[in-house]
Design a protein around this ligand. Structure first.
Ligand code: TA6
Length: 294
């Protein structure tokens, strides 16, 4: 639909099979005017966000696969109910459990879709049987329900919610497409961070992350607004409900060792992840990342 100012007001949600080279992947496409977003039901993983025609914000690996319980490399993976390797606090029996939780490799259900003059949104849902690593239950549910709401308008809003009072970590592990890694910057970040590559706390003079080697950092108590400077364009990230931001780029050696990256892939993306990592209390989860082309 085109209004009298010649502005495209098309608002639509369509189901499709396949995205990019993942040609049998069940997906949902959101359209709001010129803006589009594509989300896979596998992992409830956003794969593409284009605020305007052919202006892709997210990065998807050309080697990504989704069969045989493989998480898709790129887009916005959902890490839940733990982040990275599961903490022994949650897993005293040291069971062999996957990195970044359980829901990246599950098919989620499309529960709701909504189109209006203001926005387009979908809600995806997954139900997980209660597990001991969720901690002592303070409510009675035997099942834990996790919902992802995706809203597209002038920005892309990603909201992950679990109303159960459980011990849970989560991250929106977004892969942002980068034109020139030597010029990419993320700021403003706290001056102190945990450098996961060497398990050390580091204090920097600058509140900016730049990329000239492997970067794997946890910035605790990061603020609500971040900016990615990416050659000729900037992306704004608003975070709500988080207690940390994780910044990751594998650089050349790690990139070469990963089966779903090429040796050159590290030049094409950075991850800026809105995370809730504290394990000290059982609480509901309400974690949000808004992505805006500035
Ligand atoms: O968020 C950073 C990180 O935890 C890194 O340590 C790195 O391993 C990355 O995520 C990718 O993890 P994955 O399980 O997707 O290979």
């Amino acid at each position: 639909m085109i209004n009298h100012d010649n502005i495209d007001l098309t608002a639509a949600v369509t189901e499709q099979t396949g995205f990019a080279h993942l040609d049998d992947l069940p997906c949902v496409k959101l359209q709001f005017g010129q803006a589009t977003a594509v989300i896979a039901l596998y992992g409830a993983q956003v794969l593409s966000y284009q605020p305007r025609n052919n202006q892709e914000i997210l990065w998807l690996s050309p080697l990504a696969t989704w069969h045989n319980q493989t998480p898709i490399r790129g887009g916005v993976p959902i890490c839940w109910p733990w982040f990275g390797a599961i903490s022994p606090i949650l897993n005293p029996e040291r069971l062999a459990l996957p990195n970044h939780g359980l829901v990246r490799t599950q098919l989620w259900q499309l529960k709701a879709k909504h189109c209006s003059a203001e926005s387009v949104s979908v809600t995806l849902e997954i139900t997980i049987a209660y597990q001991p690593w969720f901690g002592k239950k303070t409510n009675t549910a035997a099942k834990i329900v996790l919902q992802l709401q995706l809203t597209l308008a002038k920005q892309l809003q990603i909201n992950l919610r679990c109303n159960d009072v459980i011990v849970q970590q989560a991250a929106l592990h977004s892969y942002f497409k980068i034109e020139d890694i030597s010029k990419a910057q993320v700021q403003p970040l706290p001056l102190t961070y945990i450098d996961t590559t060497c398990a050390q706390v580091v204090t920097s003079k600058a509140n900016t992350a730049t990329f000239c080697t492997e970067v794997d950092r946890i910035y605790q108590h990061s603020g609500p607004m971040l900016k990615i400077q990416n050659s000729n364009l900037s992306v704004g990230i608003e975070q709500i409900g988080h207690d940390a931001t994780v910044i990751w780029n594998p650089w050349r050696e790690r990139s070469a060792k990963m089966t779903d990256l090429t040796e050159q892939s590290y030049k094409e993306f950075i991850c800026v992840e809105t995370a809730k990592l504290a394990l000290d209390t059982a609480a509901p989860l309400n974690l949000t990342q808004h992505i805006t082309l500035l």
